[in-house]
Every structure is written in C-alpha cells, then in structure tokens.
Design a protein. Structure first.
Length: 381
C-alpha cells in the first residue's frame, strides 16, 4: 500500500500528521520537506530575541525524533520538482515517491519589494528557522535595524528588537501600523506604545532603494529621505506557495483552491495551511491551521469531515501594547465603534443592524476576548 504523503513540516504538515496519528497508528505515512525537518513554533520567531532564545533553542524536536513519534518516513532536504497527478507520484531530481493520497502543506513565501540599489539583495526576510538563524548572525555587532512593513510581523519584530536595545525604524506606505487589522484609534495607540519603546515611524512613505553606506546600509525613501541601518528586514507580507500545484494543473487562485474537505481539483490531492484557499479564505494563522488539520486527519482516516472555522481572534505579540484582534470577514460592510482611552481600547465592528462582526482590544480590555468571541458569527459554518 502506497503511503499518504505530506509535503511540508511546518505547523500544517506536522500538525496534520499528529492529528492523523491520534486516529490511526497504522496508515503508512511519509513526509517530505525541503529543510532539515526540525519541529518548532514559527510564531516564536518574532519574539525570540527579547526572550534570549537562540535559533537552536527554538527547536522542539529533530526530524529523527518526529519520525519516531509519528511512525513516519521523513525525507529531509528534498525539493519536489513536479507532481504527476495521473500517476500519483512526486518527482525529485534523484527519483520519485508514489502516494495513495497527497497533502500539500507548502506554506507561504515572503513578498519581495522591487527595490533598487547595490544592497537590495542584503534585505532579509524571516519566514522559517533558517531565515531567523541568518538574521541572528547579521545582528552580531549590529545596532540599527530598519523594518519594511508595519503589519503584524513588522510590529512584533519591532517590539522585540526595541526592547532588546536596538534602535528601530519602521517604514510603511500605510498611515498607521496594523492598518488592515485595527481601527484608526487602536492603530495610533500601537504607534504611540511602540514609539515609547524606542521605535521610530516613517508612515505614509515608500522605500525606493537600499544601498551600501559603510559601515552599514542606507535606505532611500521615494521622497528623498535617507535612513541608516545595519540590518534591513522586510516584513511586507506573504504569498501562498502555489507554483508546484499550478504546474501540475491543479486549480489555484490566491492560494491552492480546495473545497470544504480540503481536496484540490485533483482527486486524492489535498492542501491546508498558508498555501490553501478555502472558499475564498486564505488564513495564515495558527487556529485555522489546527481546525483544518483535525478535519483533514479525520477524512484521511476514513471519517470524512468538512472543515469549519469559528470566529478566531489573533493575539498580537507586542508587549508594549497587548492587542487582540478578530477582523470582520472580507467584504462585510459596517463600521468601527471605539470606547476607552489611549492604552485600553475596546472596538467593535458593527453591521447596519448593530450585530458585531469583529473586534479589536488593547491593554486591559484584552480580558474581553473570550466573551466577545462568543458573540461573533462563525467565519465558515
């Protein structure tokens, strides 16, 4: 019997394998990964510096340990060149691997800005443990850090670097941090809290070039302003990895398109995690990945189950201003109502009938998270 094959060892890949083994210890299982297969929590990358944790300390288990725990064959440092859908094979430069069913847990890749300058290639991004190890190497002897992007990851890294003693400059085209998630009042509160921690903001501005300016780097903004830095980190967003699926003739849109059973347009091929698009939703967060992993594990174990998403708030890891946000689903009409002061805000996103479709909480108001989550409609019933 050919194995179920999972491609990817992030939260989605390993999470699915763990859930599957809770239901069935005997199904043949193989896992393929392009990296070393270490098990670690990706969300911890953006607050590890202040916590004093090295890249090695973030690893929970090696690939060998995971293989024993999961009863799986794990193939590391193996890049899939193509999927032969009719033949149910994965093709590699040095061979092939047949599958009974295939799960794509490919994750997402950083969006790269089209920057000019002779140091544009030195702009870093952090999307996995190897990226984080490279960042830590570059931080040795470095002081000034510039972050391109004031979204979720940009703000978390800015907080982490600032409290670790690094001067931080954050540049974003938006006029507030977390502009896609927070109402204006909460965005200003985040800006002010991180400013007090030592972050300097350059909002409503764009980066044109990154150039060498020994002993460090210099960022040139579109308006001609220049910012010195020793390390430049890009945190402008992620793009689902769809190329492998698309080349195999599998339907893709923003992500790899799947139905509520998480099956793609190719029979026997599934996708979950950051690479998947479920009824228009691409959700690169922990809770939706775990809901998807449990549903797909049941399906693979012979107990077909459709994925459902409840309301799933996101905790922003910015100790300078504790924040929880559960944004309304895309396309929902309504507006924000905000109560509270600068450090503790409670904001509701209400529709025309006064029903709450989303919320944002900061400071002490974060204690309302569970109660307010129960008031929200499910994202995908």
């Amino acid at each position: 019997m050919e194995p179920i094959v999972i491609v990817g060892t992030g939260l989605a890949g390993y999470g699915l394998a763990r859930e599957l083994r809770k239901l069935d210890r005997e199904l043949p299982l193989a896992i393929v990964t392009a990296d070393d297969g270490s098990s670690y929590s990706k969300p911890n990358l953006s607050n590890a510096l202040a916590a004093g944790r090295t890249p090695q300390q973030l690893v929970g288990a090696s690939a060998e340990t995971m293989a024993r725990q999961l009863g799986a064959a794990i193939r590391t440092h193996a890049r899939v060149d193509a999927i032969d859908v009719p033949g149910r094979r994965l093709l590699f430069a040095d061979g092939e691997l047949r599958y009974s069913r295939l799960v794509l847990a490919l994750g997402a890749e950083p969006i790269r800005l089209p920057l000019e300058g002779n140091a544009a290639h030195e702009v870093l991004s952090v999307n996995d443990l190897a990226d984080y190890a490279r960042l830590r190497e570059r931080l040795e002897g470095a002081l000034r850090i510039a972050i391109l992007g004031a979204g979720l990851i940009g703000c978390e890294f800015a907080n982490d670097f600032a409290v670790s003693g690094h001067p931080v400059d954050v540049i974003d085209l938006a006029h507030q941090p977390l502009g896609r998630l927070l109402p204006a009042e909460a965005g200003r509160a985040m800006r002010d809290a991180l400013s007090r921690a030592g972050v300097r903001w350059h909002l409503g501005r764009t980066v044109a070039a990154v150039e060498h300016a020994p002993p460090g780097l210099e960022i040139r903004l579109a308006d001609g302003a220049r910012i010195g830095a020793d390390v430049v980190l890009s945190a402008v967003g992620l793009r689902p990895r769809t190329r492998l699926a698309q080349t195999a003739g599998i339907a893709v849109n923003r992500g790899i398109v799947v139905d509520r059973a998480l099956e793609t347009s190719a029979p026997g091929v599934y996708a979950l995690g950051d690479c998947a698009e479920v009824e228009g939703h691409v959700l690169p967060f922990v809770m939706p990945i775990m809901h998807a992993a449990r549903a797909l594990a049941a399906t693979l174990a012979g107990r077909p189950q459709r994925v459902s998403y409840p309301a799933m708030p996101v905790v922003v890891k910015t100790p300078a201003l504790p924040t929880v946000v559960c944004p309304p689903a895309p396309g929902r009409s309504g507006g924000w109502t905000v109560a509270g002061g600068a450090h503790s805000l409670a904001a509701r996103f209400l529709d025309a009938d006064g029903a709450m479709l989303g919320f944002a909480l900061t400071g002490e108001e974060c204690s309302k998270r569970q109660a307010w989550t129960r008031e929200l409609p499910p994202l995908l019933a």
